[in-house]
Design a protein around this ligand. Structure first.
Ligand SMILES: Nc1ncnc2c1ncn2[C@@H]1O[C@H](COP(=O)(O)OP(=O)(O)OP(=O)(O)O)[C@@H](O)[C@H]1O
Length: 593
């Protein structure tokens, strides 16, 4: 009986995610359909692919607004490859770039490149490639000179090459794709994108820059695609300047069959222009335009500041002990925060059940631990990204550098330990789990004074239920027995929390290196907290912070000085980094990720 129900559930899940048609029925070349099946293991298109592929094949400009993890990447790559392979005579390397995919981060660049490589296996004359920050320019120049048919790029580096690499040939450019458009714009790349559109002669609203680099292909032969899991004013503006009479594709989470999809596409098409001309329709945040996977279970946990760290590591312990094969991602607001927690969790030993110190202590968490943030060396970022992908039991500590577009298979739970700020960021962080119909949980940490943030999320149609933290703490064995909370007044005084906090503080206090990391993380955390913008300042009020409790959340017995040398040194370093990266105007909280 149970088996039947499971089967039924599985079927329902599949019909909410996959379309009841084949890739070939969408008009894709048979060899490409084979590659999709054999190299990527895709039996049938997802709903968003079934809807988008025919439209992209038709040559129309498209705006896709679909939930995270619904298969947007193949929705644009497959039709482009289909067209390119059909060119007769065959395209050649020396004809330069035909399609340009713009992505916000280096990791996403590599991820899209890897999928492209697989899809192009049997179309060896179509050359994939990427250019991105952190790589050697000279090597990139050489590759561009040889020719890259489908180029994936981060905006800053692409602009650099457009201006400085004369051998970069793009006069045959036909497609520009903005993948994770919202993130590209949030990172402050709006101006770069406009310049790129100008240099490529692809901006619709303003006169095109004239010069030797403007493409010879007429803009009417261009096809631009914009993909985003969230919509806002900036995305709408980009759509206006880059998309001509686009088809809007947005999927509801509810079940849609293919015939409904086609109807949907058509009805959406007829509204297309109105939608774009009326920003409020596209951008109104209260209409629930944030697409979240319906099977995602979203919870929040209310934790007083001083107990945050003890509670975080207790929840991690509980989750890893409950399921011995799973992956979890924890998001932090700063690189220093990631570094500190990474070192701490990698080394922290504690045996809650040993009666004496003589018995020795054991690793608190028994899983592989990884870290990812923007200040790491490119090779380290790359190897972490690849390693975490293939692990079965692992924890990734990351800044928002991992929040967008990254596809780590089988992530079971997302913990937002430091609050995300903008609701869009929340959506993208949780989007790293519950991908393609898989189950997934998310947990948002809030301090009691921050709970109004739930209302902010509610305005976007995002609702969370409370995580039973006391029950979890009660279930953890301390000195061989569980401790019921009824006898204790609050979470901070729970014997388990007290015991773990004490062990953490002793661990930090005897290790100068850990102490230093904790202090840096504390300072950066306070700075990031003060940098919340607009309305969020009302929720995340720095004045309401008790800095002694914040220090406790970094296992520091004493509060480090915020006016001391190290704070000033860090501020100076941050300004210097900003200058070097030329990002000073881009982000209000630079250096965060
Ligand atoms: N037709 C398909 N059949 C099976 N798996 C698929 C199919 N299409 C995509 N996938 C898988 O689904 C996952 C999500 O795909 P993808 O990363 O393209 O989603 P996305 O919508 O771009 O997500 P995000 O918005 O987070 O970037 C990937 O692991 C991908 O390999």
């Amino acid at each position: 009986m149970k088996g039947e129900r499971e089967e039924e559930k599985e079927l329902n899940k599949n019909s909410e995610i996959f379309a009841s048609c084949s890739f070939s029925s969408l008009g894709l070349h048979p060899t490409l359909c084979n590659e999709l099946q054999e190299r990527l293991g895709f039996e049938a298109p997802t709903l968003v692919q079934a809807q988008a592929i025919p439209v992209v094949l038709s040559g129309r400009h498209v705006l896709v607004n679909a939930a995270t993890g619904t298969g947007k990447t193949v929705a644009y790559l497959a039709p482009i490859i289909h067209h390119l392979q059909s060119y007769s005579p065959k395209i050649e390397r020396n004809q330069g770039t035909f399609a340009l995919v713009l992505v916000p981060t280096r990791e996403l660049c590599i991820q899209v490149y890897e999928i492209l490589q697989k899809l192009l296996h049997r179309f060896h004359w179509i050359v994939p490639g990427y250019v991105m920050g952190g790589e050697k320019r000279t090597k990139e120049k050489a590759r561009l000179r040889k020719g890259i048919s489908i180029l994936i790029a981060t905006p800053g580096r692409l602009l650099d090459h457009l201006k400085n690499t004369s051998s970069f040939m793009h006069s045959n450019l036909r497609w520009i794709i903005f993948d994770e458009a919202d993130r590209i714009l949030e990172l402050g790349f709006g101006q770069e994108i406009e310049q790129i559109l100008d240099l490529l002669g692809s901006r619709l609203t303003e006169p095109v820059v004239k010069g030797n680099k403007v493409s010879s292909i007429s803009t009417s032969q261009r096809q631009n695609l914009l993909l985003s899991a969230t919509l806002n004013e900036k995305v709408n503006n980009l759509a206006k300047i880059s998309l001509e009479n686009p088809v809007m594709i947005g999927l509801d989470d509810k079940k849609m069959q293919l015939d409904q999809l086609i109807e949907h596409t058509e009805s959406v098409e007829s509204n297309t222009d109105d939608e774009l001309e009326c920003p409020s329709k596209v951008t109104n945040p209260s209409t629930g335009d944030y697409k979240l996977p319906s099977q995602l279970v979203q919870k929040y946990v209310k934790v007083p500041c001083g107990s945050r760290l003890a509670v975080l590591i207790s929840i991690l312990k509980h989750l890893f002990e409950k399921e011995t094969s799973q992956k979890i991602v924890v998001f932090f607001s700063t690189c220093d925060g990631v570094d500190f927690h990474y070192s701490l969790l990698s080394d922290f030993r504690y045996s809650p059940n040993s009666q004496s110190e003589a018995e020795g202590s054991e690793m608190f968490l028994r899983c592989k631990i990884f870290r990812l943030h923007g200040s790491m060396k490119q090779e380290d970022r790359r190897s972490t990204f690849q390693a975490f992908k293939t692990e079965k039991l692992a924890l990734l500590l990351s800044t928002d550098v991992a929040a967008r577009g990254l596809d780590f298979p089988k992530v079971r739970c997302i913990i937002q330990y430091d609050s995300p700020g903008e609701a869009t960021e929340y959506v993208h962080r949780v989007g790293r789990t519950a991908r393609l119909g898989e189950m997934g949980d998310s947990l948002l940490f809030l301090q009691p004074v921050e709970v109004d943030y739930l209302q902010d999320l509610g305005k976007h149609g995002v609702s969370l239920t409370e995580y039973p933290i006391l029950k979890v703490l009660d279930s953890l064995l301390l000195h061989g027995q569980t401790h019921r909370t009824k006898k204790f007044v609050s979470l901070e005084l729970h014997p388990w929390v007290l015991s773990v906090q004490k062990a953490l503080e002793s661990f930090i206090s005897v290790q100068p290196r850990m102490n230093k990391l904790a202090q840096n993380a504390f300072i950066s955390w306070v700075r990031a907290y003060t940098a919340h913008r607009g309305d969020l300042k009302r929720i995340f009020m720095v004045q309401k912070l008790h800095l002694g409790h914040v220090a406790k959340s970094f296992a520091l017995k004493q509060q480090p000085s915020l006016v001391g040398k190290s704070f000033q040194k860090q501020s100076k370093k941050r300004k210097r980094d900003q200058k070097q990266k030329g990002l000073s105007k881009k982000r209000k909280i630079t250096g965060k990720t």
